[in-house]
Design a protein around this ligand. Structure first.
Ligand SMILES: [Zn+2]
Length: 91
């Protein structure tokens, strides 16, 4: 699998897995409904991700998207379980 074919559906910040955040090595500018991070080139560095994650968790890890249809996902949601999805290189 080459870098160009790589599609990332896991948020590098919070581990949310339901959107395409990176495609072919480029950020899609998708906004994570969970932590609110927008995938952009700033996410290419792990330090920036850690800063954002620390800030978000420090504020109680609020859901960015509060729409009704996300309610099911928010119920019974476990932050630590979700964060286990984060690839090791972005932790
Ligand atoms: Zn996220």
């Amino acid at each position: 699998m080459s870098v160009e074919d790589e599609t990332e559906t896991v948020c590098r910040v919070c581990g949310y897995d339901d959107e395409v955040f990176w495609e072919g090595g480029w950020p899609t500018a998708a906004i994570c409904p969970c932590c609110g991070n927008e995938s952009d080139v700033g996410d290419a560095g792990v330090m920036g991700l850690r800063n954002y994650r620390g800030y978000w968790v420090g504020h109680g890890a609020p859901w960015h998207d509060s729409r009704e249809e996300r309610k099911q996902k928010r119920q019974g949601w476990n932050l630590l379980e979700q964060m286990a999805n984060i690839p090791p290189q972005w932790r």
